[in-house]
Design a binder for this molecule. Sequence first.
Ligand SMILES: *Cc1c(COP(=O)(O)O)cnc(C)c1O
Length: 430
Amino acid sequence: MTDETSYGFDTLQIHAGARPDPTTGARQTPIYQTTAYVFRDADHAAALFNLQEVGFIYSRLTNPTVAVLQERIATLEGGVGAVCCSSGHAAQIMALFPLMMPGNNVVVSTRLYGGTVTQFTHTIKRFGWNAKFVDFDDLDAVKAACDDQTRAVFCEAIANPGGYITDLDAISAIADEAGVPMIVDNTSATPYLCRPIEHGATLVVHSTTKYLTGNGTVTGGCVVDSGKFDWSASDKFPSLSAPEPAYHGLKFHETFGALAYTFHGIAIGLRDLGMTMNPQAAHYTLMGTETLSLRMDRHVENAMKIAEWLENDPRVDYVTYAGLKSSPYNARVEKICPRGAGGLFTFAVKGGYDACIKLVNALEIFSHVANLGDTRSLIIHSASTTHRQLTKDQQIAAGAAPEVVRVSIGTENADDLIADLDQALSKATA
Ligand SMILES: *Cc1c(COP(=O)(O)O)cnc(C)c1O
């Protein structure tokens, strides 16, 4: 191919990272279902293990099918490299791992996927890491939360569950001032709707389980590096700037430059944490990425129609879709995600918690599942499921109050979805 970066998104989502198989000519990327790769000779093996030559050693580290997906997602996000892993949650740990030491903290938005709130509130403490939760619409509070132990700022571009849009430019200015990377979870927006690196993100994480795969078949995650952060500007990031004892004193940043973070993610992160994506999962996700823009356009079109219909329905108290003129986040759509506000939002049912439970039970096309970003329309009552482990205050701060349900609008016929909501709302509020 000529300069790949000059192609449009619709071309790159099909071609980036993939070439016809040099041995067989296979046009589709094969599933390289292998654990190990034969070394040419002992010198070749030594060079690979010393990171002097790039190649395949063992599939916990790298695999040709997974490598195609890594290059594709990195290209779509405008990054220099990416590391795929076994799930979105794995990607979050993998993203923080090169940055954090015991005693360090990450400043995070209160508006996050429920599982992320739990991971950051409880589990990362076992590593000696701490998360400081802040309302990311309060820029002074974000600024005040950054201290000399802060090593990253973390938010979602289009935030779960309400579909709120984060002012990435304003947050990245604060991260810059603090001398730490901004990490953006771009799962709900996808690189088709939002490109966080263009708004100052150093790292982008994904649950590829969702829209990138798009059909609810496999779990996966990805960490994309912009290649733009100067890891040696301070002594805050010794894993990347200081000699690495496990590689004979090699300094990642000095040796690999813009690719330091990606190489560290593979050579240390995947090697020692083992949160590897398998080639079957990479195959399903590659299939998904080929139609990403087509699906996202339909998700947005359907979400807009349904949000407008719900907003005008007397059985509904309010709708949080940022695409609606009434949303306080509407002004950010043009700046952060100009192709649309995604397919995810919440709405409050008159009758509260009990009516929400009845609604979920009465729907026929919508599936009641803990997932999002499927071609199928999905619904969940967050307060009794994904956000169940949170306190009531945390639920409200996260946008998962007891009276709201979260929908992930699929690519079905919008009129069918509206008819389904109509009959279920009647039963829920009877
Ligand atoms: C699902 C999700 C995650 C976690 O990803 P898994 O693949 O389920 O581990 C993280 N962030 C967001 C925004 C998600 O929707």
